[in-house]
Design a protein around this ligand. Structure first.
Ligand code: ZN
Ligand code: ZN
Length: 442
C-alpha cells in the first residue's frame, strides 16, 4: 500500500491525458519508463494522477539557458535555475558557457554537470566555450570537454560572437570528429559597437545607438557558407530578424547542416515596448519590429527555425533597475516559455501541439545530441518503451505573470503583469514527478 502524499512510488498511472493534444488516453509509468499507453489501463500498485483536460508533451528541452553558476550565484544557481526549468516543463537544459570561470575546460564543464545531477530537477548539459575564456583568440579544449563525463556536444561563446572567420572555420572543422555543433551568437561587433536598441524607428525616437539587422545577418550568412565549406554543423542562436530567417531558409534549401532557434520574447514582443526606457526590455539581440516578429513566427511554423530556446538570462535587480544605458542585457524565460509559445504560435493557428512538441522537445534534443547509448533520453514519442520525460499542461488555464512567484532567483521577466494562457501542471523526469499541481514536488 502506498502512503498518502508520498511521491516515492516508482509507478504512476496518468489518467486521461491528451498526448500532443490528441485523444485522451492513459499512460502507465514504471521505473522511469512509459510501459503502456492506451485506454482504460489498470495498475493496482500505481499512484493515480487525474490528467483529464491536460495536454501531455514530451519533456521540453532548452538549448540556451544561462544558469550563472559558477560565478554569479546572486543571479541564479544551478539549483534555482533547474527548479525554474522544471516548473516551465523542461526536462533538460543546456547551460551556457559564459560563467566565471568560463566553461572552457573539461573540469568546469564536469562541475556544472555534477551540480545539475545533484539538483535533480532536470538534466543539465553544459555548453562548452568555443574560445579560451571567451577571448576570441584561440580555441578552448573542445575535444577534452567532449570526452569528459559531461559529454559536451554544443559549443558557444554566447554573449560574444566568434567574429574571427579563421577561428570559426577551425572550430567548425574540429567538432566534426565527435559530431559536435557550433552555436553562434551572431553579432558583428564593429557594427554593434555601443548598440543599445534595434536600429530604426526605435533608436531614432529614443536617441540610443542602433543595432542594425545586418550585424546579425552578415554573420549568419558567413557562418552558413563556412559550415557548408567544411561540411560541419552550425546552430544559430536567437534569430531575431526577417532577413536572418531568409538566409537560413536559403542555407537549408542547399542541404547544409544549419539549424536555428528563436526565443519566446522575440516571438511575442516588439521594439515599441522600449518607448519609455524601461530596461526590462533591454536584451541581446534587441527586440525588433512587428515585421520581424511575423517572419520569426512564420519561420518557426514552416521549420526554417528548428526550435524555441529561452535564452533565460537572469540578472539581479540592481543590474536591471537602473538607467537604460548601463542596465544588463537579458530576460528570464524558463517559467513562461511554453505559455508564450502557446500565445504566439498556437493561439494564432501557426502550430498545433504536435508542432510545439517538435519545436520545443524533439528538435532541440536532436540538435543537442541528447541521445544515450542507442536510446534517446529526451524528445521521445509518448509511447510504450519511451523514457518517462513528460509535461502535463493545462491549456484552459489563464493568469497574469507574477515573477515574484517564480523559482528563478531573478525577477527580470518582460512578461510581468501580462496575462498569458496555460499552466504547467506536472513535469516528470525519468518517471519521477519533479513538479505536481504546478509546484515543485520536493
Ligand atoms: Zn546570445
Ligand atoms: Zn544567451
Amino acid at each position: 500500500m502506498i502512503p498518502d502524499g508520498s511521491q516515492a512510488t516508482r509507478t504512476w498511472l496518468i489518467r486521461g491525458a491528451q498526448p500532443l493534444g490528441g485523444p485522451a488516453l492513459d499512460l502507465l509509468v514504471r521505473d522511469g519508463v512509459i510501459t503502456e499507453a492506451g485506454a482504460g489501463l489498470q495498475a493496482a500498485d500505481a499512484r493515480l494522477l487525474d490528467a483529464s483536460g491536460l495536454i501531455a508533451l514530451p519533456g521540453l528541452v532548452d538549448l540556451h539557458t544561462h544558469l550563472r553558476e559558477p560565478g554569479r550565484e546572486d543571479a541564479e544557481t544551478v539549483q534555482t535555475g533547474t527548479a525554474a526549468a522544471a516548473l516551465g516543463g523542461f526536462t533538460a537544459v543546456h547551460a551556457m558557457a559564459n560563467t566565471d570561470p568560463v566553461a572552457d575546460t573539461a573540469g568546469v564543464a564536469e562541475q556544472i554537470w555534477r551540480l545539475g545531477r545533484r539538483a535533480g530537477y532536470c538534466d543539465v548539459r553544459p555548453v562548452g566555450a568555443v574560445t579560451a575564456g571567451l577571448g576570441g583568440s584561440r580555441l578552448a579544449e573542445l575535444g577534452a570537454m567532449a570526452d569528459s563525463a559531461a559529454r559536451v556536444r554544443v559549443y558557444s561563446d554566447d554573449g560574444k560572437c566568434v567574429s574571427d572567420a579563421v577561428l570559426m572555420r577551425r572550430a567548425l572543422e574540429y567538432v566534426k570528429a565527435f559530431d559536435g555543433v557550433i552555436a553562434q551568437h551572431a553579432q558583428e561587433p564593429r557594427l554593434t559597437d555601443g548598440a543599445q536598441v534595434n536600429e530604426g524607428e526605435a533608436s531614432g525616437r529614443l536617441g540610443l545607438s542602433g543595432w542594425p539587422a545586418v550585424a546579425e545577418e552578415a554573420i549568419i550568412a558567413r557562418d552558413c557558407l563556412l559550415a557548408a565549406h567544411v561540411g560541419s554543423a552550425l546552430h544559430v542562436c536567437h534569430v531575431s530578424t526577417a532577413g536572418s530567417v531568409e538566409i537560413i531558409r536559403w542555407a537549408k534549401s542547399k542541404g547544409w547542416r544549419v539549424t536555428a532557434e528563436v526565443t519566446p520574447h522575440h516571438l511575442l514582443l516588439t521594439d515599441d515596448l522600449v518607448s519609455d526606457y524601461d530596461p526590462i526590455y533591454k536584451v541581446n539581440p534587441p527586440l525588433r519590429t512587428a515585421v520581424d516578429v511575423s517572419a520569426l513566427r512564420d519561420g518557426l511554423a514552416d521549420g526554417t527555425i528548428d526550435c524555441v530556446a529561452t535564452d533565460h538570462a537572469p540578472h539581479p535587480l540592481e543590474d536591471k533597475e537602473t538607467e537604460w544605458q548601463v542596465a544588463a542585457f537579458g530576460m528570464t524565460g524558463l517559467e513562461t516559455a511554453l505559455r508564450v509559445v502557446h500565445e504566439a504560435m498556437v493561439e494564432t493557428g501557426r502550430l498545433d501541439w504536435a508542432g510545439v512538441a517538435d519545436r520545443m522537445s524533439v528538435r532541440p534534443a536532436a540538435i543537442g545530441r541528447l541521445d544515450g547509448i542507442g536510446a534517446p533520453l529526451h524528445g521521445s514519442a509518448l509511447a510504450a518503451g519511451s523514457p518517462a520525460n513528460l509535461v502535463l499542461y493545462d491549456p484552459a488555464a489563464r493568469d497574469v505573470v507574477d515573477p515574484a512567484q517564480h523559482a528563478s532567483r531573478s525577477r527580470n521577466s518582460p512578461f510581468a503583469g501580462m496575462e498569458l494562457p496555460g499552466r504547467v501542471q506536472a513535469t516528470f523526469l525519468r518517471g519521477v514527478p519533479v513538479v505536481l499541481d504546478g509546484k515543485l514536488a520536493r
